[in-house]
Ligand binder design. Structure first.
Ligand code: HEM
Length: 131
């Protein structure tokens, strides 16, 4: 069935995929995202997405979403951005974030695509050290 196939695709995606509602509350998280953030789905579903980011974004993320909903001016949707994630063990990691808006059953949700950049960043640091 179609839904089962879609679930299998999302469950096996290499990149992390997280969906939030219009208030920033996490509705779903795939295994790759759980691995990156060192969390279980139960630990984040129902929580604000801001628990997965360090300050200052942590305090401002609700406002980022509100501003977008008020103005319609995107800062990540349609272009992506390099941002910093916060794992549940307190460490941080860089990733490329893509966000898309999904209108579904009269609701607006957002899907975040998380592409880990830790290895690339580490290699960059090494190169800088040897230069
Ligand atoms: C906007 C950071 C995760 C949805 C933003 C902005 C930043 C940001 C910096 C734009 C601020 C500005 O106005 O210039 C982060 C960080 C994350 C994260 C550090 C780390 C976990 C997510 C995820 C989603 C999401 C996973 C969706 C599932 C949004 C939405 C906006 C936004 C809907 C407003 C629309 C836009 O600016 O294009 N976020 N975000 N964010 N983020 Fe996040």
């Amino acid at each position: 069935e179609n839904t089962a196939l879609l679930k299998a695709i999302i469950d096996n995606a290499i990149d992390g995929i997280i969906t939030i509602d219009e208030h920033g509350i996490v509705e779903s998280i795939n295994p790759s995202a759980c691995k990156l953030f060192l969390c279980t789905p139960d630990a984040v579903i129902g929580k604000n997405i801001s628990v997965l980011m360090p300050p200052p974004d942590r305090q401002q993320h609700d406002e980022y979403i509100h501003r977008y909903q008020r103005t319609g001016v995107p800062h990540i949707i349609g272009m992506g951005r390099e941002v910093t994630g916060l794992r549940t063990d307190g460490t941080t990691f860089p990733f490329r974030l893509g966000v898309s808006q999904v209108s579904f059953a009269n609701r607006k949700i957002y899907t975040g695509f998380i592409h880990d950049l830790s290895r690339e960043k580490e290699a960059e640091e090494q190169l800088r050290e040897y230069a």
